[in-house]
Design a protein around this ligand. Structure first.
Ligand SMILES: [Zn+2]
Length: 110
């Protein structure tokens, strides 16, 4: 149900900004480490936009890969989830990207 709350806050944020104008497309950047399931966002988006300026608009999800820098050896490693190790064996990783969940772009109807 985590995704439902996220979807609703995105819809609220966009609705407040666009006022009465109709929205065509919403782009969301979703990091792979954010723990958010994109399929659920699509699902709740269609339900929760009903009766809002976003009704009928398209949700676009931009997948942001997880990246981190190892504090021990300085190497950059790609992360699929939060449980990760550098090839040097260190787990002391500084997350560079992949945790974000942000609105990238909103396209309004002309
Ligand atoms: Zn390392």
């Amino acid at each position: 149900m985590h995704e439902m709350a996220i979807t609703e806050s995105v819809i609220t944020a966009v609705s407040e900004k666009v006022g009465e104008r109709r929205v065509q497309r919403v782009s969301l950047a979703v990091g792979r480490l954010s723990g958010v399931v994109a399929e659920s966002l699509y699902f709740y988006f269609d339900l929760a936009t009903e009766g809002t300026p976003l009704e009928g608009s398209k949700l676009e999800i931009i997948d942001i890969p997880g990246r981190a820098r190892c504090r021990s050896c300085g190497a950059e490693v790609e992360l699929e989830d939060m449980i990760a190790l550098c090839t040097c064996g260190s787990a002391d990783l500084e997350i560079l990207s992949g945790e974000e969940l942000t609105i990238k772009e909103v396209e309004l109807e002309a």
